[in-house]
Design a binder for this molecule. Structure first.
Ligand code: ADP
Ligand code: MG
Length: 231
């Protein structure tokens, strides 16, 4: 029996009297590439944080790779997250003064792999995102697009089956954004399930499935027809 990589059942998340997410049902199968779109404040990041097990829901069920998140201790949940999910955020979250190779290798700190192997895998991940010539560069020596590619390499260095990206192109010019989107597609083609939050309708139009969120509700969830046909 294989389980969906993500399965949300009737998930609600409230902050005080704000319902950031209401009655959300969402199933993401392995190998999918989907966009989550919606206006600012509609609940996209809340949805992603719950899928990423960074937040627990107020009510409802969250299944990740067949595990009921509510039944796991914080420690078990951290372990599940570490082996299953990679994250990319709008602000790259790279530590100041840390060379790219070390930033990416740190993504494997809790993997139990020896340092030499962590560095070898980190180098391979950086080559994969086209930064094999920037291994020793620190964040301040990299462009925004390059920083996001380092963050992407760090997210996938452990080869997680699920990659969650919250507005990964939001801080980039359109050309760097296109490079990052192309890399996400490439990772997806190689087998990673990818969920991308974006407020850019043009990006969403090129992804095979679109989930639209409004006022904390999933108001639309459907395949995008003629994928790639729209310019
Ligand atoms: P989006 O990512 O679509 O912009 P969010 O999921 O960040 O939306 O936020 C949805 C709603 O929940 C907003 O009204 C936001 O102010 C509120 N919210 C999100 N996170 C918190 C929090 N930690 N504490 C209080 N309110 C929050
Ligand atoms: Mg957000």
């Amino acid at each position: 029996m294989t389980y969906p990589i993500v399965e949300l059942g009737d998930v609600t998340k409230t902050y005080g009297d704000v319902a950031a997410l209401r009655d959300a049902d969402l199933v993401v199968e392995r190998g999918e590439l989907l966009a989550v779109v919606g206006p600012s404040g509609s609940g996209k990041s809340t949805l992603l944080n719950i899928m990423g097990t960074l937040d627990r829901p107020t009510s409802g069920t969250v299944g990740i790779d067949g595990h009921d998140v509510a039944r796991l201790s914080d420690r078990e949940l951290s372990a599940l997250r570490a082996r299953t999910i990679g994250f990319v955020f709008q602000q790259f979250h790279l530590a100041r003064g840390v060379p790219a190779l070390d930033s990416v290798a740190d993504g494997l700190l809790y993997s139990g792999r020896p340092r030499s192997e962590r560095r070898r895998l980190a180098q391979r991940a950086l080559v994969r995102v086209g930064l094999g010539h920037r291994l020793g560069h620190e964040p301040h020596q990299l462009s925004g697009g390059e920083k996001q590619r380092v963050a992407l390499a760090r997210a996938v260095v452990g080869d997680p089956p699920l990659l969650l990206a919250d507005e990964p192109t939001g801080a980039l010019d359109s050309r760097s954004g296109a490079v990052v989107m192309a890399l996400l597609r490439e990772l997806n083609r190689a087998g990673t399930t990818v969920v991308v939050i974006t407020h850019d309708r043009d990006i969403a139009a090129f992804l095979p499935r679109e989930v639209r969120v409004r006022d904390g509700r999933i108001e639309h969830d459907a395949p995008v027809l003629h994928e790639g046909a729209r310019a």
